[in-house]
Design a binder for this molecule. Structure first.
Ligand code: DGT
Ligand code: CA
Ligand code: CA
Ligand code: ZN
Length: 580
């Protein structure tokens, strides 16, 4: 039976492709498919059990979308989607990831210049063909060229943002978990290491049943567009969006060795294999075994394989051979932050933000349900057009927070704001008004193309502002869509040391910001971090888990994360940084 999440990803793809057909993401049909995708995703009842009439009664689902969902449930296909995939192949859709190339432009490039993919676009840029098109000039052409170069997209080593890869992997895992005999299904490779972009998806299935059952189900998945290799225990397919998925079926006794092998990284594996060879053993995807005779030394769990090599289990996010083997040998692995350490969330929006989806009451209830000892409510400051809150609104919210605080004796509620760092480093409101807030996150939401000197200066100015406790999503990047601002990271880290201002680790999957390489770089510095959801609805509070994984990739230790501290320590830090 097809899962709600699989149906939702079909609807989301329908929305993406309809954008190209309609020429705008604001078209009514596009909005309708997006709403329908969201509704289905959040629904507790399986849509596969619902009639067309029941489906049409759901929010955002009209009779025609309801019919498409039924068609998918009954036949495993959606004819309309397949037509659109033919009209707009994945390589063509990729053009719209380039800032400055919207759906209208992409279609015009195809109609006028026969550009079908990023390679074609690069050739046209080299020949300066774009400036001759209606509504384009040399300047637009230059902007597009810069965007293509900075994003590094196109070509053979095409990588997919982790957000998109995780969505595909989740569907595969859900479907294969239901096959009889399957006892575990787990994504491996760069996905398990939580790299921000993914080359291909690797999945291990452990089954006590017939491996062919798993394979047949795998190649028949609705997300599969093409089978590139088929075997009884090993297959590879291409997804609708053009991602390769490699699948291996292993015996339960082989799981540990297989997980280490397929998690990688390749460099980490090579080090382990050398250690095995030094002991007269071999290490492959099936086992750690003696070279002579092949007696198995360890294979069923990762812990046993590492232990046989004289190592503790190494967290997946740091398996890159960038010092983790040496640290493990010296019993000096970092005490990495984990989900269970979090005691609060310091970046939470309510419906007071134009893009917030949920009331203050609901957001607080959901935070309390997560067991938090403190939370900072941080709606957008007034400088963010449409989305920002006025002074009056914030004052009114402050009174509501004071009342609600009584209902949460175990959770300290800070009322703050997410301030906007202007091009000159100034923020919203005025110092006197800001002094009346309990907390401040300050983020860059504009002027992404200033040069390094100016970007660095504006961020440092915000850190020195007494109303600012945390710098939100440091670089402002959107993985795969928008490069981060150009920053002198060392200067920013020095300012963080000097002011005590925390750097946020934002949990939105398209942000993961500050990036892991910046976090790793900060290890030698006395800098603190906050792990935040930046939730705009209650479901997004769970984003902190993504931030934790990104923090681990950056070797961030628990003691450096302010929202792992006890309420007392945390409040002392807040007071120490405010008005500083
Ligand atoms: P990706 O797909 O480019 O994002 O990165 P990975 O790390 O997922 O790489 P992939 O898919 O080529 O291979 C998955 C894992 O399989 C990799 O992390 C380690 C293992 N592996 C692949 N090729 C080799 C190899 O030649 N030697 C060793 N030791 N391990 C390998
Ligand atoms: Ca991979
Ligand atoms: Ca692979
Ligand atoms: Zn925010």
């Amino acid at each position: 039976m097809i899962s709600n999440s699989e149906v939702a990803s079909h609807l989301a793809e329908l929305a993406r492709l309809a954008t190209l057909e309609e020429g705008s993401s604001n078209a009514f049909r596009v909005r309708a498919y997006e709403t329908a995708a969201r509704t289905v995703e959040l629904l507790d009842t399986p849509v596969a059990d619902m009639s067309a009439k029941e489906l049409a009664a759901l929010r955002g689902v009209g009779p025609s979308t309801a019919a498409k969902i039924r068609e998918l449930v009954d036949t495993g296909r959606m004819a309309r989607l397949e037509e659109l995939r033919v009209m707009f192949p994945a390589a063509f859709v990729e053009l719209t990831r380039i800032p400055g190339v919207g759906p209208k432009t992409a279609v015009m490039l195809r109609d006028e210049l026969h550009i079908n993919d990023v390679e074609g676009l690069k050739a046209a840029l080299d020949a300066q063909l774009l400036r001759g098109l209606p509504g384009m000039g040399a300047k637009t052409e230059e902007n597009i060229r810069t965007a293509v170069e900075r994003l590094g997209i196109g070509g053979k080593e095409r990588r997919t943002p982790i957000q998109d890869a995780l969505a595909v992997a989740r569907d595969v895992v859900a479907a294969l978990s239901a096959v009889p005999g399957v006892i575990r299904v787990e994504p491996m490779g760069s996905l398990r290491r939580f790299r921000e972009t993914i080359g291909d998806i690797d999945v291990i299935v452990v089954s006590t049943g017939d491996p062919e059952d798993v394979m047949r189900r795998f190649v028949d998945l609705p997300v599969v567009r093409e089978v590139v290799g088929y075997g009884a225990r090993k297959s590879a397919v291409l997804s609708a969006s053009g991602m390769q998925i490699d699948l291996r079926v292993m015996e339960p006794s082989q799981f540990g060795a297989a997980a280490i092998y397929f998690t990688g990284s390749k460099a980490h594996n090579i080090r382990l294999r050398q250690m095995a060879i030094e002991r007269g053993w071999i290490l492959n995807e099936y086992a750690l075994a003696e070279s002579e005779g092949g007696a198995v030394i360890a294979s069923d769990t990762e812990e046993r394989v590492y232990a046989a090599l004289g190592l503790p289990w190494i967290p997946t996010e740091i398996r890159e051979d960038t010092g983790e083997i040496e640290a493990a040998l010296a019993s000096e692995l970092p005490d990495l932050v984990a989900d269970k350490h979090l005691r609060g969330d310091l970046h939470v929006h309510t419906s007071l933000s134009g893009d917030g989806q949920e009331s203050l009451e609901k957001m607080l209830a959901a935070c309390a349900a997560r067991g938090y000892a403190y939370v900072a409510i941080t709606d957008h400051g007034e400088d963010l057009t449409i989305n920002g809150a006025t002074r009056q609104q914030l004052l009114a919210q402050r009174r509501r927070v004071a009342k609600l605080q009584d209902q949460y004796p175990d959770m300290t509620i800070l009322q703050g704001a997410e301030l906007n760092i202007g091009p000159d480093g100034s923020v919203d409101y005025d110092p006197e008004f800001l002094a009346g807030l309990d907390f401040g996150v300050a983020s860059v939401h504009s002027s992404f193309t200033l040069d390094r000197t100016n970007q660095t200066a504006r961020v440092i100015a915000a850190m020195r502002n007494p109303a600012v406790n945390v710098i939100g999503h440091l670089t402002g990047r959107r993985i795969g869509h928008r490069p981060g601002i150009d920053l002198d990271v060392d200067a920013v880290l020095s300012a963080a040391e000097e002011t005590g201002c925390a750097l946020e680790i934002n949990g939105h999957l398209d942000r993961l910001d500050a990036p892991a390489d910046v976090l790793r770089h900060a290890r030698e510095r006395d800098v603190v971090f906050s792990i935040d959801s930046d939730a705009h609805d209650t479901r997004e509070l769970a984003n902190v888990a993504n931030a934790v994984r990104n923090a681990r990739r950056g070797w961030v230790e628990r003691k450096r994360v302010v929202n792992t501290w006890t309420a007392k320590q945390f409040v002392r830090w807040v007071e120490g940084t405010r008005g500083g």
